[in-house]
Structure formats: structure tokens, C-alpha cells
Design a protein around this ligand. Structure first.
Ligand code: ADP
Ligand code: MG
Length: 679
């Protein structure tokens, strides 16, 4: 152990080191924290005559013959037996050394499941080992480690055994803390998990709720929290522009709006406003359900940056959404004298040159898509970086926007509600503000479930809504496997509806349209010139047309819950009574049925996300943020939610009171992997 806390290297051949590196094992600490997937009981030998239990067993046999066969496919067929019977062992892939070990006369122990094959008892691909006469049986359960091709479990077991004997198992939790948390010691826990004593209950070990497993999972979650928190604190120390408003731009924007802020919006703005006026960079996430009114909060934050003499950038994930923000913010702010620039991939060369020049000089608010972070885009003095629907961007993209300025403040926004434990894990390096109140006067959206064979009713309903002066979205079936098919379906749906809605104006928007075509359609819809907009999920995020009061979703059973919630959130944005019609085609699978039930019964995005997490498991939320979760090898964010809560509190305490221990803890659990976490 060195002072830096770096772990000792592994002593092994070059070739072996390479294989170890493949599974992320670079140093002694990595070996010590590389824990078994499961255990096998090799402490007993089962006679062949009693080996048919369905359970994996260990048999000890002598090889009678060993033959390479080529039909029906290449395989090594080994016949062997003990005093009580005969068995065939089959291997479809094997190394020459393994073939040699299986030659006639060898005594081997094989572990696996015995099945009755055409030629009698068989084991397919058993784990096996050649042994000498009278070789003693292991007295402990055999740990089975995650591994890679060409790296035998026994080799890993040997290396890890050595590491356990000589390696650093020192405690990194302060003793009083460990007792307060009621967790067993680390050395004891790791020894137990690598070499569980005879008689340990296999089911408990496999279920992973043994105290030793809890200790390991806690350490892992703590490392993640320490890392995120430390990055957060480090960034704070770098210093950011102090954005104190020098005029009343924000107040004038508020005066010009037809509505006042909700309590939640005002609170959010107060928090953001005070962050911006500090010399350390804001790292804040603004979470608010669909329609909660995040845009105006972002606009007010931009006003503060602008009136302090800095630029604000506003990045959105799709062309449609970015352009909508651009049009809206330009309408709001240009009359107040703010210079707004627009950058998107679809700009023609000349327009682009103009906008780039403005960005590098006098523009005060620059709105756009990923185009904002391309090379060649220079900001004069970026003070605030706003990212809408931030979960749609990768870590690197958000970082790239930050790099366009000298440590600007960051405001991230998201309408995808993330359940609490996930949020704590994903966002340990962010301050979170939640808009927990919708603007007043919204009538709740009525949701209806309609079977596919009653779509005539739906057509009639759309007509009625349009006759009342409102507009409707009609979302085409999602076809994830094929974009071409998706396009074709959209076109067919459009043609079908054209026939149905004689006398109404029907528009079509999908991902393959050119940017200016998309813009034209969206502008016409926003202006009320299109009654029914047939669309693919390109309209899923952020689109805001208050006069649209009906959302029809075809094949709703194919959509995920958050998608359905986002789509439904496109209506109910004005004062009109709104509804969402989910057309489904049976027969429904169990998950699809549950999803439709949840979306039908709930309108609160957080509640929907919570239930979603229950049916899907946290793995699928990973897209929400690439960092963090992949680093958890043992802990499960949902099942081990209590550990996440505990670790969050402890991380803060460790960093301030026990920085050296915190450092060693991080080295042990993250080591080289920590890079992945940096956002
Ligand atoms: P989201 O949080 O989904 O981004 P938006 O910012 O698009 O929501 O706001 C949704 C709609 O609500 C917009 O039409 C917006 O102008 C309107 N809105 C926002 N805040 C208020 C408010 N305080 N009172 C009334 N309407 C509001
Ligand atoms: Mg929005």
C-alpha cells in the first residue's frame, strides 16, 4: 500500500494479466473485490447411480475412452465410469490441454447436471479437473467467478486466494460509523464471500442478503457516492462567473407574460437566482413533470445571465423542440431588446455563418441543438449553459457544452421523473429542484382505453373535437425494429386518416422529413392551420401547442410508460378539457397489460415512474444517465435502496472528516473505473 492509496499490482504472466484486464482486473484490490457469481458444492462426491436429481452434482470417474467425433457436430465424447455406473461427457469446445487431461485412464472430478441421453447418462460441458489418486476433497464451497474465455475458474480462485492471504484488507469505514450502520468488518466479509465455510447455506449466499453481501454492496454504493460528491465539490472550487442582474430584464419578461409564476416556479427561480450569483458554478437539475412549466424558469435564468453581461446557451435534443424554444423565447425576449441566435444542423451555409458570428460576438441568448457543441462554435462569454431534456444527451455532450465557456453555470432540465433512489444515485453530483406543481387552470386529462376494432368511434371523437375548434394528434404505431417500416406505417396511417377526415386538414410529421419541412408542418399546426397532426414519436418531447386537446395513440401497448406519459403530456396544456385515447390491439402480454393499467390509473409522472421501475427493474433506466449505474456490480438500486440512502449521508461525512479513508475506499472499489463516472 502506497500513500496514494493505489493498490498493489497483480503478479502473473503477461498473458494472464491480459486476460485479467479483459474482465476489469488490474490490481490486487480488483481481485479482492471480484466476487463469486455463485457457489458449487464440491465437498462431496455423488455416485453415478444416484446422480440423477436434476441438481448439479460432483462425480469422480475414470476415463475409459475419449474420442473426437464430427457428427452431428464436432465434439469430444468421453466415456467414463465409477463403481456404480457409466457416463458420457460431451464437450463442444475445448482446449488441447483439456483434451489431453481427458485421455484414457485419467481420473477426473466433474461437476454438472446429469441427464439421461440417448446413450444413457450424460453431462454436457461439465466443469472438470484431473486429479491424482486419493486427492482430498475440498472442505469449502467452490466460488464460481465471472470470467472470460481461456481464464479458468480455478486460476482465478488461486489468484484471489493469494490476494486474500497477503493483500490489503484494511478497513476503510471508521469504526464508530461501521457500528452505527451495523455492518460487519470488510476483511471478514470478503473472506466469507470468497471462501464460505463448510455448511454455509447456499440459498442465502445466492440470495445475497447475507450481512457480508450487504457490507460489500454498501461499500460499492458508498464508493459511487463518494466519487460523484467529490467531483461535485471539485467543480465548485473552480470558480464561475458571478451573475448578478444589473437591470430589470427578468422583471420585464414576467410583466409581459399573460400569467404569473406558480409557487413552485417562483421557488425554483429563487434557488437558481441565488446559485447564479455565487462564484461557484451552479450544477442544478430542474425536474418537473410534463407541462410543469420549466421553459419560463429557464428563460428567467437566462435573463439573469444576460443582464449580468454574459451569454446563455439553451440546448435541446431535437430540431423540433429546439426550434420551438427558439420561436418562443425570441417572441418573449426580442421585444425586450435581447439578441437571440439560432444554431441548428439544418441551417444553410450563409445563415449559419451569420449565426456563428453572432454567437462569437453580440448574441446574448443562443438556442439550438447539438449544433451548439460542434467544433468551430465559439461563444464570446458563456455564463450559463441550459440543457433541456438532459437525459437525452450523453455525458460527453453535456461536458462539451460546459467547455464552450470558462466553467459556466449549468442548468439541466428533465421531465423524465426518476424514482428517488435512482435519482440519488444518478444525481449525487447535482443539486435538484423539483417543480411539484402544475400551472393552474389545467383540466385533468381524461384517458380512455379503446380496443383496435372500435377505431371508428375514435375517428368520430376526433371529428367532434375539431368541430369544437380544438386540434388533435394521432400518433402512429411504433415499430422499433425498422425505421423503413415505421415510415411506411406513418404514411399509411396518414392516407387512411385523409380518407376518414374528409373536410379536415390533416398533416404528417415524421423523423425522415427534412428539418425545414418539419418546421413548416409544426408551425402550421401551432398556428391552427392543421386540424389533425399524424405523427411518429418525433413529437414525444416538449412540443407545446395549447389548443391541441386530444392525443390518440395507436398500438399503445407497444410504447413504454414514460413514452406514453410524455405523449399524453402534449395535451392538457391550455384551458380546454383534454383527453388521451389509447388504442390497443390484443392479445396483450402481461407487461403490456400492466403498463396500460398504470397509465390509465395515474397522471402523476413520479408515481408512474415508480410503478414502471417495479415492472421493469432499474436496468432500463440506465439510458437516463450513462454514468453511475454500470459501476454497480453487486448492489441493486431498487432492492438495496436503504443502502443508497445510508451511503449518501455517509459520503458527505467521510469526505470532510476522514478524507484519507475516503480516498482509500475509492481506490479499492473504483480504481481505474472511476474515470467512467466523470461527467
Ligand atoms: P415543460 O415543463 O413540460 O417544459 P412548458 O415550459 O412547455 O412545460 O410549459 C407548458 C405550458 O404551460 C406552456 O404553454 C407554458 O406557457 C405554460 N405555463 C408555464 N407556466 C405557467 C404558469 N405559471 N401559468 C400558466 N401557464 C403556464
Ligand atoms: Mg419542456
Amino acid at each position: 500500500m502506497t500513500d496514494s492509496g493505489a493498490s498493489a499490482p497483480i503478479r502473473a504472466s503477461e498473458a494472464l494479466l491480459k486476460k485479467l484486464a479483459k474482465i476489469g482486473l488490474h490490481c490486487e484490490a480488483d481481485l479482492l473485490t471480484h466476487l463469486p457469481l455463485r457457489y458449487e458444492d464440491e465437498t462431496r462426491i455423488t455416485p453415478l447411480s444416484r446422480a440423477f436429481g436434476g441438481e448439479p452434482v460432483q462425480v469422480e470417474v475414470v476415463v475409459h475412452s475419449s474420442e473426437l467425433q464430427f457428427r452431428p457436430r464436432r465434439q469430444l465424447v468421453v466415456r467414463a465410469g465409477d463403481d456404480s455406473g457409466e457416463i458420457t461427457l460431451r464437450f463442444f469446445s475445448f482446449y488441447p490441454s483439456q483434451q489431453a487431461a481427458l485421455s484414457e485412464g485419467s481420473r477426473i472430478r466433474a461437476f454438472g447436471e446429469v441427464r439421461g441421453g440417448f446413450f444413457g447418462a450424460e453431462m454436457v460441458h461439465p466443469r472438470f479437473r484431473k486429479i491424482g489418486d486419493n486427492e482430498p476433497l475440498p472442505t469449502e464451497l467452490t466460488p464460481i467467478y465471472p470470467t472470460t474465455a481461456g481464464l479458468a475458474n480455478s486460476a482465478l480462485q488461486k489468484l484471489i486466494g493469494k490476494a486474500l492471504a497477503v493483500g490489503d484488507l484494511s478497513e476503510t469505514l471508521p469504526e464508530d460509523l461501521r457500528q452505527r450502520l451495523k455492518l460487519p468488518g470488510l476483511a471478514r466479509s470478503l473472506r466469507f464471500l470468497h471462501t464460505p465455510p463448510p455448511g454455509t447455506d447456499l440459498d442465502t449466499l445466492h440470495a445475497r442478503n447475507h450481512p457480508a453481501w450487504r457490507r460489500v454492496k454498501f461499500d460499492e454504493v458508498l464508493a459511487q457516492q463518494l466519487s460523484l460528491r467529490r467531483a461535485y465539490l471539485a467543480r465548485r472550487e473552480q470558480g464561475a462567473p458571478v451573475l448578478v442582474a444589473r437591470d430589470d430584464l427578468g422583471a420585464r419578461l414576467l410583466d409581459s407574460l399573460p400569467f404569473g409564476l406558480t409557487g413552485a416556479q417562483a421557488r425554483a427561480m429563487a434557488e437558481i437566482g441565488s446559485d447564479l450569483a455565487q462564484p461557484d458554478p451552479m450544477q442544478r437539475l430542474l425536474q418537473g413533470d410534463v407541462g410543469a412549466g420549466k421553459t419560463i424558469v429557464a428563460a428567467l435564468a437566462a435573463c439573469q445571465a444576460i443582464s449580468a453581461g454574459w451569454q446563455a446557451a439553451f440546448m435541446a435534443p431535437t430540431e423540433i423542440l429546439a426550434e420551438q424554444h427558439y420561436l418562443k423565447l425570441r417572441d418573449w425576449l426580442e421585444p425586450l431588446g435581447v439578441r437571440v441566435a439560432w444554431l441548428s444542423g439544418s441551417l444553410k451555409t450563409k445563415a449559419k455563418r451569420e449565426q456563428l458570428a453572432a454567437t462569437a460576438a453580440e448574441a446574448q441568448l443562443i438556442i439550438g441543438t447539438h449544433a451548439l457543441i460542434q467544433e468551430g462554435v465559439d461563444f464570446a462569454r458563456l455564463g450559463l449553459a441550459i440543457v433541456d431534456e438532459q437525459h437525452r444527451f450523453g455525458v460527453a455532450q453535456r461536458l462539451a457544452l460546459r467547455k464552450k465557456g470558462d466553467n459556466p453555470h449549468q442548468l439541466m432540465m428533465s421531465a423524465t421523473p426518476i424514482p428517488r433512489t435512482l435519482a440519488m444515485s444518478y444525481y449525487a453530483d447535482l443539486d435538484v429542484t423539483v417543480l411539484d406543481e402544475l400551472p393552474p387552470g389545467r383540466t385533468p386529462i381524461k384517458t380512455r382505453l379503446v380496443a383496435d376494432n372500435r377505431r371508428d368511434d375514435v375517428v368520430g371523437f376526433v371529428r367532434k373535437v375539431v368541430e369544437e375548434g380544438r386540434q388533435a394528434y394521432w400518433v402512429c404505431p411504433l415499430i422499433e425494429e425498422s425505421e423503413a417500416l415505421q415510415l411506411q406505417t406513418a404514411q399509411e396511417t396518414y392516407d387512411f386518416l385523409l380518407g376518414q377526415f374528409f373536410g379536415l386538414t390533416v398533416g404528417l410529421v415524421h423523423g425522415r422529413l427534412k428539418a425545414d419541412e418539419k418546421q413548416a408542418v409544426m408551425a402550421a399546426f401551432a398556428a391552427g392551420e392543421i386540424d389533425v397532426l399524424v405523427a411518429t414519436t418525433v413529437i414525444e418531447v416538449g412540443v407545446d401547442v395549447p389548443n391541441a386537446s386530444l392525443m390518440v395513440i395507436e398500438h399503445a401497448e407497444r410504447f413504454g410508460l414514460s413514452q406514453l406519459h410524455q405523449l399524453r403530456g402534449r395535451v392538457g396544456r391550455g384551458q380546454y378539457e383534454s383527453s388521451c385515447v389509447l388504442i390497443y390491439a390484443g392479445p396483450l402480454g402481461e407487461i403490456a397489460r400492466q403498463r396500460l393499467k398504470i397509465i390509465f390509473e395515474n397522471t402523476d409522472g413520479f408515481e408512474i415512474a415508480r410503478q414502471d421501475l417495479q415492472i421493469r427493474g432499474p436496468g432500463e433506466f440506465v439510458g437516463a444517465r450513462q454514468s453511475g449505474v454500470p459501476l454497480l456490480r453487486y448492489a441493486d438500486l431498487e432492492m438495496d435502496a436503504d443502502l443508497v440512502e445510508m451511503a449518501r449521508g455517509v459520503a458527505e461525512e467521510m469526505l470532510t472528516e476522514h478524507p484519507a479513508l475516503a480516498e482509500r475506499h475509492l481506490q479499492r472499489w473504483l480504481g481505474s473505473r472511476e474515470e467512467l463516472l466523470k461527467s
